[in-house]
Design a protein around this ligand. Structure first.
Ligand SMILES: Cc1cc2nc3c(=O)[nH]c(=O)nc-3n(C[C@H](O)[C@H](O)[C@H](O)COP(=O)(O)OP(=O)(O)OC[C@H]3O[C@@H](n4cnc5c(N)ncnc54)[C@H](O)[C@@H]3O)c2cc1C
Length: 407
């Protein structure tokens, strides 16, 4: 058997085998019979979060479910479905999700489990769209936890620690169109003076920089309204399509140039049919309070040369506050500083530690699906540990990663 790795190839899973149930009953039987088990989504995380020395369980083979509620405010989906497939189905029904990540390739349950996010000061992370989760617990029982239940804030972005999420109910809204614009060379002086206005000037705004200078290389604006100006806070409208990583094919990216298009073909940066991002990379991301955005950029600038030496590109985004216990956006509007590193773990890890050191005074919280080196302070760790203990008293779904995180 080929060794099983994550998408990035930096993690070889220690699992004995991958179980691929075709029905809910089969999934329940496999979970009940297992002694150690982790659920694997689409494998896009960059650390050992999904790893186990027991069995991996993939829900990709369960029947696809997309059930729109009669009031058209929610949709119930199976845990293995990918955002790209769900989005196409929703759009065909005239419906939309509030946001998407940079790529549509990831599974809904896997993305929600790590509080994956897109951008936009008014947009919560993807887990905030969840209205209910249906979980097969370690004892094989299927339980539903809904918004309003006491356990709900701990059960959504739950890192697979409570059991296998076989279905989720998500909030939806009427479909909408967006226009995507890329502006280049945002001067450092504008970043310093106008940052809150820049980050709020669109439904979703991303800044891309390689930290080679204090200027920002690209500003990606996903807007409901058209832009008419050729400049944006001193940046210049790009004269053609761009990829965030210099030199990568622009055809892999969603359409730019202000052409109006469906929400799901503008919110992600990358198209479903192509390799997202650079394809050979590691990623880290740290969330700080939005009102410390300028300080966070100044802090990373202190280690700019070390960062730039092992970086492909960095992305700066915003996420609205939520009440989910493990969310990096727990009770604070956030700025996320994301790093697409070169695919060289040994060279990258010391620089991740440098970034953590300069961001620690700002209360930075890591994206739990990416690479970090310091033990993070989880917002509601004690409550979450108690919940895990109740759902999984025999530690069936635990692994070394969770043991370290919750110790
Ligand atoms: C190219 C690239 C771009 C990315 N862009 C973004 C981005 O824009 N924003 C962002 O926030 N993140 C981003 N990420 C990170 C990614 O969204 C997260 O790592 C996400 O968790 C991956 O989802 P997955 O389905 O691959 O989950 P996996 O990596 O397979 O699993 C993640 C966790 O979810 C658990 N899990 C998966 N499925 C289930 C289930 N059915 N039931 C219970 N637990 C489950 C696993 O046990 C594990 O703990 C990116 C990653 C890549 C590779």
């Amino acid at each position: 058997m080929e060794p099983l790795t994550n998408w990035a190839g930096n993690i070889t899973f220690g699992a004995r085998r991958v179980l691929r149930p075709r029905s809910l009953d089969e999934a329940r039987e496999l979970i009940t019979a297992a002694t150690k088990l982790r659920v694997l989504g689409s494998g896009h995380s960059f650390n050992r979060l999904a790893d186990t020395d027991g069995d991996l369980l993939s829900l990709a083979g369960l029947p696809r479910t997309v059930e729109i509620a009669p009031d058209r405010r929610t949709v119930r989906v199976d845990g293995g479905i990918r955002y790209g497939d769900l989005a196409t189905r929703l759009h065909a029904e005239g419906l939309a999700l509030h946001n998407m990540a940079s790529l549509p390739h990831i599974s809904v349950a896997g993305a929600v489990a790590t509080a994956t996010h897109g951008s936009g000061v008014g947009n919560g992370n993807l887990a905030t769209a969840v209205a209910a989760v249906e979980i097969i617990r370690a004892d094989g029982e299927l339980v539903t936890v809904s918004r309003g239940d006491t356990d709900f804030p701990g059960s959504v972005a739950a890192l697979g620690a409570l059991g296998a999420v076989v279905a989720l109910t998500l909030d939806v809204q009427p479909a909408f169109e967006l226009r995507q614009y890329v502006y280049e060379n945002l001067p450092a002086a504008s970043v310093r003076s106008d940052l809150p206005a820049i980050l709020a000037d669109g439904y979703s705004v991303s800044l891309f920089t390689r930290w080679t200078s204090a200027d920002v290389d690209q500003v990606w604006l996903k807007r409901l309204d058209p832009m008419t100006a050729p400049t944006f806070h001193g940046a210049t409208l790009a004269d053609g399509p761009r990829h965030p990583v210099p030199g990568m094919p622009t055809g892999n990216c969603t359409q730019q140039g202000g052409v109006p298009g469906p929400w799901h073909e503008r919110l992600p940066h990358f198209r479903m049919e192509f390799t997202p991002s650079s394809g050979e990379e590691l990623q880290s991301e740290f969330h700080v309070p939005l009102d410390r955005a300028g300080d966070a950029i100044d802090a990373v600038a202190q280690v700019r040369e070390r960062v730039a030496a092992v970086l492909q590109v960095s992305e700066v985004r915003t996420i609205a506050a939520d009440d989910l216990w493990l969310s990096p956006n727990h009770e604070r509007d956030s700025l996320a500083l994301h790093f697409t590193w070169i695919a060289d773990t040994e060279a990258v890890l010391p620089v991740v530690a440098d970034v953590e050191k300069v961001l620690a005074p700002l209360g930075a919280r890591p994206h739990l699906g990416k690479i970090f080196t310091s033990a993070p302070e989880l917002p509601r760790a004690a409550e979450f540990s108690a919940l895990v203990q109740r759902f999984d008293p025999t530690a069936k779904f635990r692994n070394d990663f969770l043991d370290r995180l919750l110790s």
